[in-house]
Write a protein that binds this ligand. Structure first.
Ligand SMILES: [Zn+2]
Length: 526
């Protein structure tokens, strides 16, 4: 007697091979049969009604590190068929730190803030999760952020680490990578990652290579200096042999719109040269990040709040010069949607910068400065700064798919005034819809990119494919109708076309509604 049987579907097994009629069975959290399930009996039987049965989707890059502590439903992901999330990205993670610098980790996450959940190590964090019987709806794979390691040893200082500091940081990473962490992430556009020089990055790369883990990079530039930024990441792979991964690939700079083929060629050439490099992206032509990314890098030395200080100090003119340059035309101010002020100025959330400027009776650059000041550098914005041609070009290549978002709830009242980017609620179903409309590949290949591709990038061996013996993470969806409904102004919308989801062999979503099951867990790198 099996625990669960899903019958009468089309098996899309995650490898990309052509779908075929069949079902799956699971017992004790593992798949026991895939394909012909005639005669199998189970305690629970689900009729897939001819829809696709695929491995649960894997979010290759997101920021749900502590989301489950606030809300263990992880609605935004479960309702899309996501069963595993890869966290600790863009240089950011709630650990590790030396005890005397732990306060630095408290301010690193813009949402949700869990000041008291920072930890000295991943192992400490896991122990606390266990002691407090915390549960989660999705599986989490954790990376360690370079920014966290650096801030946890040398604060946000904009300088090269001393030999002793570097040794401490490398030892910390070495230790973390023995406790189940999957890799190391860079956030080179952010403080303090932006202060790292190539020698420092290569030293970390050596440690990552030693553990055969993954090094992911939010690059130093995703627009103006993109070629140099890609090469900086590739060089870490060239020098150390570690597997490198470019996070949320995009062209975020209008003068370079249309250059996606040239950018992609740099990556392909590196692969031919033998560099082990992969990439992911979210299927949208707008980004979401801190407004302080439009300030000069020296202005965020000491943290994003420093930008607010400098805007009220003797160097205001210097900060304003960069801010004005980066938002240089009304065109850009029109394309900057304020999404979060971390509750410091809720009245402007969900408004465009030009709208806020008008209401304040200011020029847009002065309004931007005012926002940075009043939010103490905490404001995040959606920047409509990419071109659909580039987004569609990249989507047509063999790139992994991510949300770069959080496991958010649907009820806006539970978002604490935040107005998130719709990618949290729609990235995966949107990719399936865009694949159907633009024909990047077969439906089976789209499933492969949402499942085994992400698992292979991470070296996650026990899921991402429908094979007996692997974990029973399963998504049943209708390939003909699956679609996103999340919009820029109302992102908190449930998708259509996702029928059922299993996480570790338990029913997490049934007939499009979440069940009380919280069967997710931390997956550990061995
Ligand atoms: Zn990032």
């Amino acid at each position: 007697m099996q625990d669960i049987l899903i019958r009468n579907g089309i098996i899309m097994d995650g490898t990309g091979r052509k779908g075929y009629p069949g079902g799956i069975a699971a017992k004790d959290g593992l798949l026991t049969a895939v394909g012909n399930v005639d005669g199998i009996e189970a305690k629970a039987v689900i009729d897939a009604k001819g829809h696709a049965i695929s491995p649960g989707f894997i979010d290759a890059h997101c920021h749900s590190d502590t989301t489950f502590l606030r809300d263990d439903r992880c609605e935004a992901k479960i309702y899309q068929g996501v069963t595993t999330e890869v966290c600790g990205m863009c240089g950011d993670s709630p650990y590790p730190s030396l005890p005397e610098h732990r306060h630095n980790l408290d301010t690193r996450k813009s949402w949700p803030q869990y000041d008291d959940w920072s930890a000295l190590s991943f192992a400490d964090f896991l122990a606390r999760v266990k002691n407090e019987n915390r549960v989660m709806a999705t599986n989490l794979c954790q990376l360690i952020g370079h920014g966290a390691v650096r801030a946890g040893v040398m604060d946000y200082e904009g300088r090269v680490p001393t030999g002793a500091e570097l040794d401490v940081m490398l030892d910390e990473l070495d230790r973390e990578l023995t406790t189940g962490v999957w890799g190391f992430s860079l956030g080179l556009e952010y403080t303090p990652g932006c202060f790292a020089k190539p020698e420092e990055l290569a030293a970390f790369g050596e440690v990552v290579a030693k553990h055969d883990a993954l090094l992911t990079a939010h690059m130093r530039s995703e627009g103006r200096q993109e070629e140099a930024a890609i090469n900086e990441v590739l060089d870490i792979g060239r020098k150390t042999g570690c597997r490198v991964h470019i996070s949320h690939l995009k062209i975020d700079y209008a003068p370079k719109w249309g250059q996606a083929p040239a950018v992609w060629k740099i990556i392909e050439d590196a692969q031919k040269e033998g560099v082990r490099v992969s990439a992911d992206m979210y299927p949208y032509s707008a980004s979401c990040t801190s407004l302080t990314t439009r300030c000069p890098r020296w202005a965020v030395e000491g943290g994003n709040a420093m930008a607010a200080k400098h805007l009220q100090g003797p160097r205001r003119a210097e900060v304003m010069a960069e801010l004005t340059n980066r938002l240089s035309e009304k065109y850009w101010a029109d394309r900057c949607l304020i999404t979060s002020t971390a509750t410091t100025w809720p009245e402007i959330e969900g408004k465009y910068l030009t709208q806020v400027a008008e209401e304040l009776g200011m020029k847009y650059e002065d309004a931007a400065a005012e926002i940075i000041i009043r939010t103490e550098g905490k404001a995040t914005c959606i920047f409509f700064t990419m071109d659909d041609r580039d987004t569609l070009y990249f989507l047509g290549k063999d790139i992994g798919i991510c949300s770069d978002g959080y496991g958010l709830p649907y009820d806006p009242a539970l978002l604490f005034g935040n107005h998130p980017h719709p990618r949290s609620y729609g990235a995966f179903v949107r990719f399936l819809r865009l694949n159907r409309e633009h024909g990047f590949g077969t439906a089976e290949d789209a499933v492969r990119r949402l499942t085994s591709k992400a698992a292979d990038m991470l070296h996650l061996r026990d899921r991402g494919r429908l094979v007996p013996g692997l974990a029973a993470d399963v998504t049943v969806f209708d390939p003909e109708t699956v679609a996103d409904t999340a919009t820029w102004l109302e992102p908190w919308q449930k998708p259509v076309g996702i029928d059922h989801v299993l996480v570790n062999g338990e029913i997490a979503l049934l007939n499009g509604e979440q069940t009380p099951a919280r069967a997710g867990r931390f997956l550990l790198h061995k």
